[in-house]
Design a protein around this ligand. Structure first.
Ligand code: B12
Length: 223
């Protein structure tokens, strides 16, 4: 089956809230050697964002958003495993602590970023979603990560990224960890404004940014 057909089927599975089809075509993508990141982004995530846009315009219900997200997660589970498998032999490049900020339960993008970083050789500590600011600070002290990644998907929860950075400063540990912020509404301007070290636009970019912060550059990184 052609790559484009599989990507189309993955998108349709999300639009039709069809978990089984999402799983089946994710497996097909793996069997056919399609890049799992392409299958995630151009197949599943693209359709999920379309459903999100409809929701934003009042043209889809929250139940439909939930069902579409579940189909995406069903397919993503298989593709994330393939991403991890492909990167399994890399050497360890650093410790990466990641979580979605307080008040925000969006996990799909964070999970993809964590998987891609793991495949690139990072040791990942995932705190999950809706993580209170004080837990981020506590875990930075306890785990001494090289990088802290803060995910926020809503304009209303982006402010928590600023709060976490301020709390790290107050606790005297801001200099001990690099902070990368991400999530759909996050921009480089916002990252600079809140005193983050960098921002990542998608999982691939997050890997480049994280490696750069560790003083490493990926072989296939763009200039
Ligand atoms: C799926 C989804 C949900 C699912 C989440 C399921 C899950 N397990 O994650 C459910 C249905 C639960 C949900 C709930 C809600 N949602 Co919602 N949701 C979405 C949707 C459609 C897609 C998000 C997604 O998964 N995208 C796919 C992934 C792959 O992309 P991504 O998340 O952007 O991640 C990539 C990058 O951003 C980046 N990245 C992400 N995190 C990080 C972190 C780091 C460190 C780095 C470097 C990079 C990085 O890399 C990722 C991979 O490429 C978005 C629409 C959109 N356009 O984003 C709305 C959206 C974010 N949701 C929205 C809303 C309003 C809500 C609700 C409040 C709805 C409600 N009335 O209850 C609740 C919020 C609950 C809460 N407290 O958090 C709004 C937010 C509006 C705003 N204020 O900004 C959006 C924009 C929809 C809309 N157009 O209105 N949602």
């Amino acid at each position: 089956m052609e790559c484009n057909t599989i990507l189309k089927q993955l998108s349709e599975a999300v639009r039709d809230y069809d978990n089984d089809r999402a799983r089946r075509f994710a497996e097909k993508a793996v069997e056919q050697g399609i890049d799992p990141v392409v299958a995630l982004e151009e197949g599943l995530a693209k359709a999920l964002r379309d459903v999100g846009d409809l929701f934003g315009q009042g043209e889809a219900f929250i139940t439909e958003l939930i069902a579409a997200a579940q189909a995406m997660e069903a397919g993503a589970e298989i593709l994330n495993k393939e991403i991890a498998r492909r990167g399994a032999s890399r050497k360890s490049v650093g410790r990466f602590l990641i979580g979605t900020v307080k008040g925000d339960i969006h996990s799909i993008g964070k999970n993809i970023v964590a998987t891609m970083l793991q495949a690139a050789g990072f040791e990942i500590f995932d705190l999950g979603v809706d993580v209170p600011t004080e837990i981020f600070v506590e875990k930075v002290k306890e785990l001494s990560p090289d990088i802290l990644g803060l995910s926020a998907l809503m304009t209303t929860t982006m402010a928590m990224q600023r709060e976490v950075i301020a709390a790290l400063r107050d606790a005297g540990v801001r200099q001990e960890v690099k902070v990368v912020v991400g999530g759909a509404p996050v921009t480089a301007k916002w990252a600079a404004e809140i005193g983050a070290d960098a921002c990542g636009y998608d999982a691939d970019h997050a890997v480049d940014v994280a490696l750069r912060l560790m003083g490493e550059v990926r072989d296939d990184a763009p200039d």
